[in-house]
Design a protein around this ligand. Sequence first.
Ligand SMILES: Nc1ncnc2c1ncn2[C@@H]1O[C@H](COP(=O)(O)OP(=O)(O)O)[C@@H](O)[C@H]1O
Ligand SMILES: [Mg+2]
Length: 351
Amino acid sequence: MVGPRPIGAGGFLAWVGSHGLRWRLRRDGGFCRSSIRQSGVRAGKDAIHVVSDASTTAFEARHDLPSDRLLEQGRRLVGFDRRFERLSGHMRLLSDLDGVSTWAKRNHGGAPDLVAALGDRYPLLVFHGDVGTGKTATAEAAADGLARMLDTEGFLLKLSTRVRGIGHVGEMSTLIGDAFSEATKLAGRARFVAMIVDEGDALAFNRAAERAHHEDRVGVNALIQRIDEARQLRGRLLIILCTNRFAALDPAVLRRAALREEFQRPDDHERHVLFEQVLAGVEVGKGVVDELVNITGPRDERPGFTFSDIQTRVVPEAVARAYPERALTAEDLLVAAAELEPTPEIREHEE
Ligand SMILES: Nc1ncnc2c1ncn2[C@@H]1O[C@H](COP(=O)(O)OP(=O)(O)O)[C@@H](O)[C@H]1O
Ligand SMILES: [Mg+2]
């Protein structure tokens, strides 16, 4: 055990944990985690940046694209290849408007109206679905996949819900403005920037909702305006908004989405693939994976387990029963699956 070891950064409390991870106490009281090797200045192809003074950036993380880590993340996501194959054509149309122009010249004598129509779209994708179904992980891996497809370098920015601010007059608008200015600067003339707005319903909630405060409504207006302006970057800024609460999104934001992609809990086949993948190299015996798929499926009123339930709860719970004394057994897995309950479904209600 390495134990917490202070390393000091930008006036923030920071220490190195046992896995070489660096934890930092953010100004807002939360923790953020980054690998030490990768924090700070750009460190090659696969860097993750956590800007040293959290108050200077609206982003909780910045990754260089392409990123080997994100490529690997995509490989581990069950069903990612098929989904990306479906999405990438559209994503490419949104982010490669110069390429579209060249294509139109070559094939259709320019077709200015067609090119203009494509350029009029908003570079916004909405990923929605239950919690733990892979929206964030997919958005990250897809940003990497797209950078590779476009054969360009760029950045992945994750917008922190911190931009909601703490309720000061005009704060959310200012913070959103800062975030988009930073993204625009990074996109520069030639680079590609994917901005993930995670838990997007916190920023793009329906302004008509009764409990929406005036200040917050102004913030949503600002977000919409920035999405409109993002078109000027001709695809170099692509925004992916992820939400567990689709029904809570503002209709004006939704209307701008060039693409809406729904995520669902894994079906039997997907849970099968996931268990086989996670348990690769572990001898659990014949039929056990089928049984696990069964136990973790939907029944009666209860939904099936999410990807994340299986990865981050069932499997660790089973390992915890065996570790460190003995090897993992089929029983550990079956008992863990039977004892745990899936994350409850988010009940969407129109506001
Ligand atoms: N398709 C998938 N295949 C394998 N694991 C997945 C998949 N989707 C999600 N997970 C697991 O669940 C975790 C949470 O996924 P995440 O993308 O944060 O979900 P969401 O954003 O929809 O709440 C991931 O880190 C991963 O371990
Ligand atoms: Mg998420």
